[in-house]
Design a protein around this ligand. Structure first.
Ligand code: SF4
Ligand code: SF4
Ligand code: SF4
Length: 257
């Protein structure tokens, strides 16, 4: 199946936050008490009840103030740190379209995926189960657009065949963030400034500690376990069952028993 993706063109965004509202409505996410912090960004970050969030970056250039907007969400990475580090098979998974879904029934509440994500995306709900944008898998399976995409009035958010969306953006002379990072993000962006200006990593990477755990410590742990089993078997085959010092087998019944 051809890989699907979001193309998010921040130059088209008017920061109306219909995407936030559309997502909350479709996913029946609860409203949250918020605080006026003197800006339109509200809440200030993703929450268990907010799967996509509008960020406002204010730039004061002396005589001019510039606002940049970012729609923050799960990037649906092909090389997904959250999946890589998760010890519970199926709690986080790739769909046939290449998106990253989650299954709370399989979540064991260990929080590892928070550390494995280069974009600080996964959150934990009141039941301490993982939650995040799931790309509206339920809608796209029925031929509908994700709710946030449907709600966006300016086509800042688009969803479809990943290769076609990227080719279209490049043909229009746009630079695409996330085309090849982490084997290609499932949410690629057209930005109006450097990724760092948007507080996005220029070269997103899975934390090295994850590789240490997944590729070194865990395999060595398994190797150590099976090594011990192998050594015990070898010892049994070579020397037979262990004898007690007086020459009796462990299993020899006690006299009179
Ligand atoms: S908390 Fe995260 S790492 Fe742990 S099982 Fe759930 S999804 Fe996987
Ligand atoms: S952005 Fe984070 S939560 Fe989303 S797929 Fe990538 S690693 Fe997983
Ligand atoms: S794709 Fe669906 S779950 Fe993800 S942010 Fe948009 S509306 Fe929410």
């Amino acid at each position: 199946m051809a890989r699907k993706a979001f193309l998010i063109d921040m130059s088209r965004c008017i920061a109306c936050r219909a995407c936030q509202v559309g997502c909350k409505q479709w996913n029946k996410l609860d409203p949250e008490a918020t605080v006026n912090r003197g800006c339109y960004e509200n809440p200030p970050q993703l929450t268990p009840q907010l799967y996509n969030q509008m960020q406002f970056i204010e730039q004061d250039n002396g005589d001019q103030l510039r606002w940049l907007y970012l729609n923050k969400r799960c990037m649906h990475c092909a090389d997904a740190g959250c999946i890589k580090v998760c010890p519970s098979a199926g709690a986080l998974y790739h769909t046939p379209e290449g998106l990253v879904g989650f299954n709370q029934d399989k979540c064991i509440e260990c929080n590892y995926c928070v550390n494995g994500c280069p974009f600080d995306v996964p959150r934990y709900d009141a039941r301490k189960k993982v939650t995040k944008c799931h790309a509206c898998i339920d809608r796209i399976a029925n031929g509908m657009l994700p709710a946030c995409v449907k709600a966006c009035p300016t086509q800042t958010l688009r969803f479809g065949d990943r290769d076609s969306l990227i080719a279209e953006a490049k043909a229009a002379g746009k630079k695409v963030y996330g085309e090849n990072d982490l084997k290609g993000l499932g949410a690629v962006y057209i930005l109006e400034d450097s990724p760092e200006t948007y507080k996005l990593p220029a070269k997103p990477a899975i934390p090295a500690s994850i590789f240490l755990w997944k590729d070194v410590v865990k395999p060595f742990g398994i190797l150590g376990f099976w090594g011990a089993v192998g050594a015990a078997l070898l010892h049994y085959v070579t020397f037979g069952p262990k004898k007690l010092e007086n020459g009796e087998d462990h299993d020899t019944p006690e006299k009179g028993a």
